[in-house]
Design a binder for this molecule. Structure first.
Ligand code: ZN
Length: 197
């Protein structure tokens, strides 16, 4: 097989050299809630996310998911995710955070539930200046099972936290839940000092 990130021949999903270059990243907080972050959004960690979200390579979720779930040191009752804007889900053929949530829920042996509907479109946030980022307008999904207890919300990349904050606020409005947060990668370098806290 080939390595998911460098594409050289490898006996595992990641070759030894790329696996050794994966960087841990500190947890951050969004609205006072700790965000468990799998990897720094740099080097092979960043490429893994891109393989998943732009190339629909599910194997990348199977590598990233356990890296995140191993750091969840508390009990959760269910896992949900920040859905991808529909126009981009169609363009790339994948909702990357849903795939991550599926793997993480499996690792934690709890249900993965769909709770939020994404908007049709929103301006791409990747690369946008932090000040101009607004969370997409999520809505509560009709007929979603009623979550209760501790709900882990999974997203792919944490930058300013605006998207995760918007999703958490919408879910808190809709359900009586204790929100927990996790992301595959965290981009600490591109965030402002204010949003790092
Ligand atoms: Zn490699």
């Amino acid at each position: 097989m080939t390595c998911l990130t460098c594409r050289n021949w490898s006996i595992a999903s990641l070759c030894g050299a790329c696996a050794a270059r994966l960087e841990a990243t500190p947890d951050r907080t969004v609205d006072g809630v700790r965000v468990v972050a799998g990897l720094e959004h740099r080097g092979p960690g960043r490429i893994l996310v891109h393989r998943l979200k732009y190339e629909a390579m599910l194997e990348a979720a199977r590598v990233l998911g356990p890296i995140v779930s191993r750091q969840i040191d508390y009990r959760v009752d269910a896992v949900t995710y920040v859905p991808r804007v529909l126009a981009r889900r169609w363009k790339y053929g994948i909702d990357q955070s849903r795939e991550l949530a599926r793997v993480i829920a499996g690792e934690l042996a709890v249900p993965m539930i769909r709770t939020l509907e994404p908007p049709w479109w929103s301006p791409p946030s990747a690369g946008a200046p932090a000040a101009s980022r607004r969370p997409p307008g999520f809505s509560i999904r009709n007929r979603s099972p009623m979550p209760a207890g501790r709900l882990l919300i999974v997203d792919d990349v944490l930058t300013t936290g605006a998207t995760l904050r918007g999703a958490a606020q919408k879910l808190r409005e809709g359900f009586l839940i204790d929100v927990r947060l996790a992301v595959a990668t965290s981009a600490t370098e591109v965030t402002s000092l204010r949003s790092r806290r």
